[in-house]
Design a protein around this ligand. Structure first.
Ligand SMILES: O=P(O)(O)OC[C@H]1O[C@H](O[C@H]2O[C@H](CO)[C@@H](O)[C@H](O)[C@H]2O)[C@H](O)[C@@H](O)[C@@H]1O
Ligand SMILES: O=c1ccn([C@@H]2O[C@H](COP(=O)(O)OP(=O)(O)O)[C@@H](O)[C@H]2O)c(=O)[nH]1
Length: 936
């Protein structure tokens, strides 16, 4: 069994080499690496991007001061609006200097405004039909629209549903035309028929995903009906996503960035990438992403996660949501979560937090407008002598409107002196009115408001003013500006832009924001707001009292803190950060792609094999000669007692190859001796078990390659520690091998397992193994070149080889750390070999077989105990001569006579590798070995 990433293996340091894992990929040395200049880190790229953005903004600001036609001409009044976005000719100048990446390639972003296709369920306008071919367009309400309307740096097209069923062609054409004319081709409609909308939008999106993502759970009232409708709703969801994808494909131009939004379109990245894998695709979630324990409940949990992972970059409002998503991918899909994102078979999906903001300037400027001033005047008169508290929410159960009103009731109950002196103005915008849950909520809220107004109202005044409608932008700004306290009590909320808007409009009044700790905004505005748990009605009630009585200097300080945040973290900044990061992610993915070795040219490999006289075939075992391991359908919690077995279809070709007198076959594996015995005893070949610790030709006995003086004194104390941790880490396992101890936490809780592993290591380093010459290998190890040196010597000696080896094929699913097996035989090492991939030359093992140079190394190694634990690297020029020098044939000539075109190193089922070539899976290994066998 080879060692997976959830194992810790401790073994003696038999070669006095430090075998700690390297960080990251050294690159595909022989195919690509020598061409790559040193590339900047992701942080360097992003910092540079940020600088350039600041510079561009500065130029824009200068431009804005000029009376220019290029100024932002967005207006929410659709009758007068012409376009939303600045013409940024100036950016072209900037971009000329910035459009080259560090490889000298031209990056296409910002040479002019980058084209951005925003794909969201909803267009920023909803359409209302007035006859066969006449449409009226109204602004859509909601944070997503607000945020995206603030995005101005790109040449943006918005693709979405217009919120209406348009079954006829005349109507569709007329609507497309109206959008086209009014919105300068910026809005492209997706037409969804009524049934799809019902099943996809009302059903799957708003009755399943929305409540689940907000921790409300799945519908429960009628379980049978729910189960029955679930599948049809999910099918409609996929169908709707495909319809969005079709429209994107129709309008996509090479180089465009496609930015998919929200839970409605979780399937979209997959649909887009399937059609065009080069498309730059980002996906952003506007809602919370719940704990993986919640996401696990969703019957379609796997498919949705996988589809989102097809994107290049996945964004969330907060680090918590991003963390939950990564943990869902690790726990539910069994993938590897790294600080960069989620990795699946070498493909990395970047995951990061991008907190949204608002177009703060638009709000601040609006306060000066006469219409807004008029509204403010009216409101001030209307509520003179009373403090006004404000709530602005879509009438959604996640907004905690009943909780808010009940808290206000409690406040009035407990503070009779405030009755008639304070009023709560609640704007409750009707939303998703076709979903029964929302209809129920409306009646519930009306009932509570009625009861409280009845209880505390008088003939002339009521404590709660509840409006079941939306306000226009000017009315809203006026309300934000004149009110004393804003009350946001969301039970869960992706971000909550109302809180940002309130702060933006309060520069003169410095009102207090009471904000739910369950809104994403609490992470950014928490410092200035009064944070509350909306479920704790008593706490909210007392916070209302605190806010109403807050002294002016405290209000000022709190407001100042938040205002600074709101004006500096804008929607523009949010979008450009996301798109920059997406661009950088793509560049990095391209660099990674260059590290993918090309497919093995099987014909050539077979051809050279048939011409050779003394061939060495080195074959890995796991995932090379065995069936591929299916990680996709694997249930994480189920321990699969998987014993590696040689593929039945390999038996015949392997036998033929083993029986060929001109071929030596070596199976090199991390598995224990008994596993290799079980599989290969019947073949005439060489077996190297436990990463080369044990060696045997199947006609002979096992021998050890361990140095004789190897100390195993450490075993008992380490065993003790391993047992202790096994007892305390559910589902971890402990295996004692002959030369190593392995603690496997693959089936334990991912995070707990990692924490325990860290603790365990810390304990070992400071205690039982602090003075021992041991290798601790965490997660990576199967084969090492140190052993191959010795093994090769043994084979040459045992076979009494007379002719040098003139053909080597080395294939395996070796892990990064162990890939120096490929470089060991490499006849053509480039001169600039990165240190991380240089072969590490063993020492003691060579004493019997090496020549003078190795003896020198031996001397170096034995100078001190510290030195003994170091790695020795040799430059590329000397390496090959060393390999050939150090093991000699009986006549004294070199054991290897290997021309570059007779050496085939090949990784199996790995995306990135140092091997010269790659095979996709063990299926291709079967094809290769069959071909080789047939050519002898
Ligand atoms: O389009 P609707 O079904 O009427 O719903 C309106 C929007 O509601 C949600 O908004 C979220 O996005 C905001 C901005 O990122 C965020 O501040 C808020 O917390 C979220 O609830 C929904 O995610 C959007 O898709 C809807 O358009
Ligand atoms: O009458 C209204 C009430 C609200 N909004 C807007 O709706 C958005 C609500 O966004 P938020 O992030 O607070 O919550 P969401 O509704 O997206 O869940 C804000 O931009 C408000 O300005 C509006 O335009 N008119």
């Amino acid at each position: 069994m080879s060692i997976s990433s959830q194992e810790i293996c401790i073994l003696p340091n038999k070669n006095n080499l430090a075998l700690l894992q390297t960080n990251g990929m050294p690159g595909n040395l022989f195919n690509n690496c020598s061409n790559l200049p040193a590339t900047p880190t992701r942080l360097e790229r992003l910092l540079r991007e940020r600088e350039l953005r600041k510079y561009s903004k500065c130029l824009n600001d200068c431009e804005a001061e000029l009376p220019s036609s290029t100024q932002d001409c967005f207006s929410p009044d659709l009758e007068t609006s012409t376009c939303w976005f600045n013409d940024e000719e100036l950016l072209e100048t900037v971009s000329a200097s910035r459009s080259l990446n560090d490889d000298g390639e031209r990056l296409d972003f910002r040479t002019s405004k980058q084209r951005l296709l925003v794909v969201a369920n909803r267009l920023p306008v909803s359409a209302v039909r007035h006859g066969e071919d006449s449409w009226q367009l109204e602004m859509s309400v909601g944070g997503l629209v607000t945020a995206l309307l603030g995005v101005k740096e790109f040449d943006t097209r918005w693709i979405g549903w217009a919120g209406v069923n348009v079954p006829d062609e005349i109507g569709q054409k007329a609507l497309a035309k109206a959008l086209d004319e009014k919105l300068m081709q910026r809005c492209i409609p997706v037409f969804l028929d009524e049934e799809v909308v019902h099943q996809y939008y009302n059903g799957y999106c708003n009755n399943i995903l929305w409540p689940l993502f907000h921790y409300i759970g799945l519908p429960q009232e009628d379980r049978l009906a729910t189960t029955r409708s679930f599948q049809s709703q999910f099918d409609a969801y996929k169908k709707a996503n495909q319809l969005f994808a079709d429209v994107v494909n129709e309008h996509y131009e090479e180089g465009d960035v496609v930015w998919c939004h929200d839970y409605h379109l979780m399937f979209l990245p997959k649909c887009l990438k399937e059609r065009n894998s080069k498309m730059k695709v980002g996906w952003f979630l506007h809602t919370p992403f719940p704990s993986s324990e919640i996401h696990r409940m969703l019957p379609s949990r796997l498919e949705l996660l996988r589809s989102v992972l097809a994107a290049d970059l996945v964004g969330f409002h907060t680090y918590d949501y991003a963390r939950h998503f990564v943990s869902a991918c690790t726990r539910i899909l069994g993938l590897e979560g790294t600080p960069e994102g989620v990795e699946d078979q070498g493909k990395l999906t970047r995951i990061a937090a991008f907190p949204v903001g608002i177009d703060s300037e638009r709000f601040i400027k609006a306060l000066e407008l006469p219409e807004v001033q008029d509204h403010m005047k009216v409101l001030k008169q209307r509520f003179a002598g009373r403090k006004v508290m404000l709530g602005v929410d879509r009438l959604d159960m996640i907004k905690g409107i009943p909780q808010k009103i009940l808290a206000f009731e409690k406040f009035l109950e407990e503070n009779p002196n405030w009755r008639n002196k304070v009023v709560l103005l609640q704007i409750a915008v009707p939303t998703r009115t076709d979903v029964p849950e929302y209809q129920k909520l409306t009646s519930q809220v009306h009932e509570i408001v009625g009861r409280i107004n009845g209880r505390f109202g008088s003939l002339t005044a009521v404590p709660i003013h509840h409006l079941d409608r939306s306000l226009d932008f000017h009315e809203l700004c006026a309300l934000y500006a004149v009110t004393d306290v804003a009350l946001v009590t969301s039970l869960r909320d992706g971000m909550n832009l109302v809180s940002y808007e309130y702060v933006a409009c309060q520069e003169s009044k410095k009102g207090v924001l009471i904000l739910s700790e369950f809104a994403g905004a609490a992470q950014s505005l928490g410092a200035g707001a009064i944070l509350v748990n909306p479920w704790n009605v008593t706490e909210v009630a007392s916070s209302i009292g605190y806010a109403l009585n807050m002294p002016a200097d405290e209000r000022e300080k709190r407001h100042h803190h938040n205002f600074k945040h709101v004006i500096s973290h804008t929607a523009q900044e949010w979008a450009s950060t996301f798109v920059s990061e997406l661009n950088v992610t793509i560049v990095e993915a391209q660099l990674r792609t260059r590290q993918i070795p090309p497919p093995l040219p099987i014909e050539v490999a077979v051809d050279r094999y048939s011409c050779s006289n003394n061939c060495l075939l080195i074959l890995g075992f796991n995932a090379t000669l065995t069936e591929p391991v299916d990680t996709l359908g694997r249930k994480d919690s189920q321990i699969n007692e998987w014993q590696p077995k040689l593929r039945p279809d390999l038996r015949e070709p392997l036998r033929k190859l083993c029986d060929d007198p001109k071929t030596t076959v070596l199976v090199l594996s991390g598995s224990a001796r008994n596993v290799l015995d079980d599989n290969f005893s019947d073949y005439n070949l060489w077996l190297a078990a436990e990463n080369g610790m044990f060696l045997r030709v199947t006609t002979g006995d096992w021998m050890t390659t361990m140095p004789e003086n190897l100390s195993m004194e450490w075993v008992d104390s380490v065993k003790n520690v391993f047992e202790y941790f096994t007892d305390r880490t559910p589902r971890s396992q402990f295996e004692v091998r002959e030369t190593s101890l392995i603690w496997n936490y693959k089936y334990s809780d991912v995070e707990f397992g990692r924490l325990q592993a860290r603790d365990l290591l810390q304990h070992l380093w400071t205690g039982p193994i602090s003075n021992a010459s041991l290798d601790v290998v965490q997660g990576r190890r199967s084969v090492e070149s140190a052993a191959i040196d010795r093994i090769l010597g043994e084979i040459v000696h045992n076979k009494g080889m007379k002719e040098p080896i003139d053909y080597v094929l080395c294939i395996g699913h070796f892990l990064t750390k162990d890939e120096d097996i490929y470089t060991f035989f490499e006849p053509e090492l480039p001169s600039e070999v990165p240190a991380s991939v240089r072969p590490q030359v063993p020492t003691q093992v060579r004493t019997s077989i090496v020549g003078s140079r190795a003896a020198l190394l031996m001397k170096q190694n034995s100078t001190s105990a510290v030195e003994q634990n170091k790695s020795y690297a040799i430059d590329g020029d000397t390496l090959h001569s060393m390999v050939t020098d150090r093991i000699s044939l009986q006549e004294g000539s070199s054991v290897l006579d290997l021309q570059a075109n007779d050496y085939f190193s090949c990784s199996v089922a790995r995306k990135r590798s140092n091997s010269r070539y790659r095979l996709q899976s063990s299926d291709e290994v079967v094809t290769l070995l069959r071909e080789l066998a047939d050519h002898r």
